[in-house]
Design a protein. Structure first.
Length: 93
Protein backbone atom coordinates (compact mmCIF):
# COMPACT_ATOMS: atom_id res chain seq x y z
CA UNK A 1 0.00 0.00 0.00
CA UNK A 2 1.30 3.44 -0.95
CA UNK A 3 0.43 6.21 1.46
CA UNK A 4 0.82 9.94 1.89
CA UNK A 5 0.92 10.86 5.56
CA UNK A 6 1.10 13.95 7.73
CA UNK A 7 3.11 13.98 10.94
CA UNK A 8 2.07 16.61 13.49
CA UNK A 9 4.56 17.46 16.21
CA UNK A 10 3.59 18.80 19.67
CA UNK A 11 4.34 22.37 18.57
CA UNK A 12 1.78 22.03 15.74
CA UNK A 13 4.43 21.94 13.02
CA UNK A 14 3.81 19.31 10.33
CA UNK A 15 5.74 17.10 7.96
CA UNK A 16 4.19 15.50 4.86
CA UNK A 17 5.73 12.41 3.32
CA UNK A 18 5.17 9.19 1.47
CA UNK A 19 5.50 5.58 2.51
CA UNK A 20 5.63 2.88 -0.14
CA UNK A 21 6.23 0.08 2.38
CA UNK A 22 3.01 0.44 4.43
CA UNK A 23 5.08 0.31 7.61
CA UNK A 24 3.19 1.21 10.78
CA UNK A 25 6.52 2.22 12.30
CA UNK A 26 7.62 4.72 9.62
CA UNK A 27 7.53 8.37 10.70
CA UNK A 28 9.23 10.07 7.81
CA UNK A 29 12.60 11.43 6.91
CA UNK A 30 12.32 15.01 8.10
CA UNK A 31 15.59 16.68 9.09
CA UNK A 32 16.16 15.68 12.74
CA UNK A 33 18.43 18.66 13.42
CA UNK A 34 15.76 21.03 12.13
CA UNK A 35 13.12 19.50 14.40
CA UNK A 36 15.44 19.35 17.41
CA UNK A 37 15.98 23.11 17.28
CA UNK A 38 12.28 23.61 18.10
CA UNK A 39 12.30 21.60 21.34
CA UNK A 40 14.07 22.06 24.63
CA UNK A 41 15.82 19.18 26.34
CA UNK A 42 12.90 18.95 28.77
CA UNK A 43 10.33 18.91 25.95
CA UNK A 44 12.26 16.11 24.27
CA UNK A 45 11.89 13.85 27.32
CA UNK A 46 8.27 13.01 26.55
CA UNK A 47 6.15 14.05 23.60
CA UNK A 48 3.52 12.68 21.27
CA UNK A 49 3.40 12.95 17.50
CA UNK A 50 0.40 12.11 15.33
CA UNK A 51 0.68 10.30 12.02
CA UNK A 52 -2.36 10.74 9.81
CA UNK A 53 -2.87 8.97 6.49
CA UNK A 54 -4.02 11.58 3.97
CA UNK A 55 -4.19 9.34 0.89
CA UNK A 56 -3.54 5.72 -0.03
CA UNK A 57 -3.43 3.57 -3.14
CA UNK A 58 -2.61 -0.03 -3.90
CA UNK A 59 -2.00 0.64 -7.59
CA UNK A 60 -0.31 4.05 -7.90
CA UNK A 61 3.10 4.19 -9.54
CA UNK A 62 6.06 5.74 -7.74
CA UNK A 63 5.68 8.84 -9.93
CA UNK A 64 1.98 9.12 -9.04
CA UNK A 65 2.74 8.78 -5.33
CA UNK A 66 5.39 11.49 -5.55
CA UNK A 67 3.01 13.76 -7.47
CA UNK A 68 0.34 13.25 -4.79
CA UNK A 69 2.91 13.97 -2.05
CA UNK A 70 3.84 17.28 -3.70
CA UNK A 71 0.15 18.18 -4.02
CA UNK A 72 -0.33 17.71 -0.26
CA UNK A 73 2.92 19.50 0.60
CA UNK A 74 1.77 22.48 -1.45
CA UNK A 75 -1.85 22.50 -0.27
CA UNK A 76 -0.83 22.22 3.41
CA UNK A 77 2.03 24.71 2.92
CA UNK A 78 4.41 22.44 4.82
CA UNK A 79 7.51 23.97 3.18
CA UNK A 80 6.69 27.26 4.90
CA UNK A 81 9.00 27.16 7.96
CA UNK A 82 6.22 28.59 10.13
CA UNK A 83 3.97 25.65 9.17
CA UNK A 84 6.10 22.61 8.44
CA UNK A 85 9.41 20.80 8.28
CA UNK A 86 9.33 19.92 4.57
CA UNK A 87 12.16 21.60 2.66
CA UNK A 88 11.19 20.31 -0.80
CA UNK A 89 9.79 21.58 -3.06
CA UNK A 90 11.47 24.88 -2.23
CA UNK A 91 9.31 27.35 -0.27
CA UNK A 92 8.32 30.41 -2.33
CA UNK A 93 7.12 32.85 0.26
Amino acid sequence: MNTIYKITYPNGTIYVGQDRTDSINYFGSADSDLIAKDFTREQRRSFTVTREILWESETATQAEVTQKEVEFINSLKSTDPSVGYNRWPKFKG
